[in-house]
Design a protein around this ligand. Structure first.
Ligand SMILES: [Zn+2]
Ligand SMILES: [Zn+2]
Length: 622
């Protein structure tokens, strides 16, 4: 992948999102006109409103190698100084440059110190797992040779089209044209796995992937991608400050992780929980667009680096540190901590890394930001009550079955579950399973949650309890736990409560990501804000909402367009249209709803004076 972004759009740099991977067949539907090309840039024609079925042909998979990462650094020279395991068979060590370059002062590029190649991931992981200090060593994939082959349209048009490497579909009218991709897998590896049909803005590529099968990639400007990443069904009822904080975190996640998790793929970031959930343009809402615009281009940085803003549903009261959850070195802005106001009693449990403390903490119901079981909470958080403290009960045979399935070997009778190491949030980092056929250590938290459940355990913050029969055999296992998710970074339920209690998005971000600074990610982004351009999107907007941005200019005092010094008023000028001009309209003043149905919007920029007013005047067709 190229490290340098393309900055072609006012909506930020283009990012490439992996929608589907390793498929034998892809079904897409083009709405509107699309120009088609292949991997060499050959133009293959134009298609209009077509339903297509695509297949791979004559493919050769990519050649991949797997490497143990001893450490990461900010420069190539620093990377070479990273201490590596004292084992000659792992060398020669090499430095790999990861991450994409942004057009601003903060960077997401890192230099990773990598071992010799292994030819399977399993081999690399097994070798890593027995190295001293392996807890902070990731395993990465590097592509040695690109996959070869063709992508064929086998159904949908009379003249069957074939492209070398890929077929790329670029919308002729990007604001209007959408591609539908069928059978998108949602929730890979989770119990909610199912297929959905999604619509996408921007370009779509169907390409031969590393496995010699097909991958679908969606290329679009990052701010438009965020329009649908930050949306959810509950959006409109949730506090703006929470949604703004989440939008910034989501933008950070894109820049910080891109080209790192999918270093060997033809896209930057995937569309599933592995990287960040993205369900295409049909998930956009007026609110999601408004809130993206309200934080346009804002990212959190730490010592000049783009922060990897992790988040999870509920920390359970104590926040976990980055290095406890993943095979990563600690980061200054992802420490463990207390998810409560300073001085709260829950601080007495922190750090909660012993069995004694964990047992007390998880059996109590302490006051903290994410404890929605006490005090006044908004009704949309009622559903979160069971996740703060929970108990899962298994018959012994059940848990043996789950663990055996996870390990790929029969455990025999379960004799004990022993937490080997806990992080500061009481989450178990390594768990020893003692059974008749042997002992196994499972880690880290993700694997523990997978191993001890048919689907996925809420979190690894639990204490095991056992019932025994008269002969001393375990009959029942109870996992008494707290929290939902890995617990590192932003606690979504906690952040929602913070916003509900009146904290600003900046206060929320600083609480979960200490020592960070908020900056504009691109020079281009500030330029876009200066121009104060925003368009309407008929294609994705339900009837009656076509002028949502215009409506929000008035409906919300903090509207992104209504920057300091700009106040707008509407005059009815001709049928179906309104003219807006800077005036002394009071902030927050509302327009009658019927005036939200307009076709044209004109307003002047914040620097407008009598002299340059004409120049700054913009017209927008909604
Ligand atoms: Zn991913
Ligand atoms: Zn929390």
């Amino acid at each position: 992948m190229s490290r340098k972004f393309k900055y072609d759009s006012i909506y930020g740099p283009d990012i490439r999102v992996g929608i589907l991977q390793e498929q034998d067949e892809i079904r897409i539907e083009l709405t509107g006109e699309y120009a088609i090309s292949d991997d060499s840039g050959n133009e293959l024609g134009i298609l209009n409103d077509a339903k297509l079925t695509l297949c791979p042909a004559d493919t050769t998979p990519a050649k991949l190698t797997y490497h143990i990462v001893a450490g990461k650094a900010d420069s190539g020279q620093e990377a070479e100084k990273i201490a590596v395991p004292n084992d000659v068979t792992l060398g020669p060590w090499m430095t790999e440059c990861m991450g994409a370059e942004l057009d601003c002062d903060a960077t997401a590029v890192e230099y990773w110190r990598c071992s010799k190649p292994f030819f399977t991931r399993q081999n690399a992981e097994q070798t890593r797992n027995v190295l001293p200090q392996n807890e902070q060593m990731a395993v990465i994939t590097i592509r040695r040779e690109k996959p070869l082959g063709f992508v064929k349209i086998i159904d949908g048009i009379s003249n069957k089209l074939t492209g070398r490497g890929m077929l790329r579909f670029v919308p002729v009218l990007p604001d209007i044209n959408r591609v539908t991709v069928h059978d998108v897998i949602v929730g890979i590896e989770y119990h909610w796995r199912h297929l959905e049909r999604h619509h996408f803005r921007g370009a779509i590529e169907v390409r031969v992937d590393n496995a010699g099968k097909l991958t679908v990639v969606n290329e679009l400007p990052v701010e438009q991608y965020l329009f649908s990443v930050n949306s959810s069904e509950m959006m409109s009822v949730m506090p703006d400050e929470l949604l703004k904080a989440q939008t910034v975190a989501a933008r950070n996640t894109v820049f910080a992780t891109m080209d790192k998790h999918h270093h060997a793929d033809d896209f930057h970031i995937c569309a599933d929980d592995h990287c960040q959930c993205y369900r295409g343009s049909s998930r956009e809402t007026p609110d999601s667009r408004r809130l993206t615009m309200a934080t346009f281009g804002l990212v959190l940085t730490h010592h000049g680096k783009i922060c990897d803003c992790r988040y999870s549903k509920s920390c359970g009261g104590l926040i976990e540190s980055m290095d406890s959850v993943w095979h990563e070195a600690p980061r200054g802005y992802l420490p463990s901590g207390i998810d409560a106001e300073p001085g709260a009693a829950i601080a007495n449990f922190y750090p909660c890394n012993t069995e004694e403390k964990a047992a007390k903490y998880l059996r109590q119901n302490p006051e903290c930001w994410c404890n929605t079981t006490i005090g006044e909470i908004p009704p949309y958080l009622n559903y979160t009550k069971p996740y703060f403290r929970w108990t899962v009960t298994y018959k012994r045979e059940e848990i043996e079955q789950y663990v055996s399935k996870y390990l790929g070997t029969e455990t025999g009778e379960l004799l004990d579950l022993v937490p080997v190491k806990r992080g500061d949030s009481a989450r178990i980092e390594y768990l020893k399973v003692v059974a008749a056929n042997g002992e196994w250590v499972i880690g880290k938290e993700f694997n523990i949650r997978k191993a001890l459940s048919e689907t996925f355990l809420y979190s690894s913050a639990f204490v095991p309890e056992f019932d025994f029969d008269a002969d001393g055999h375990i009959t029942t296992v109870r996992l008494v736990g707290g929290g939902w998710g890995h617990g590192a970074g932003l606690c979504q339920i906690g952040a929602t409560m913070m916003a509900y209690k009146g904290k600003t998005f900046k206060e929320i971000l600083l609480h979960y990501f200490p020592e960070t600074i908020l900056v504009n990610d691109t020079k281009f982004a500030s330029e876009a804000q200066e121009q104060e351009i925003i368009k309407g999107y008929d294609a994705d907007t339900r009837d009656g909402e076509r002028c949502f941005e215009f409506f929000n200019c008035y409906g919300v005092a903090t509207c992104p367009l209504m920057k300091q010094g700009v106040e707008l008023i509407a005059h009815e000028e001709m049928k179906d249209s309104f003219i807006f001009e800077a005036t002394g309209l009071k902030k927050g003043e509302n327009l009658p709803a019927d005036q939200t149905f307009c076709k044209q919007l004109i307003f002047s920029g914040r620097t407008a004076t009598e002299k340059n007013k004409e120049k700054n005047r913009k017209t927008f067709f909604l």
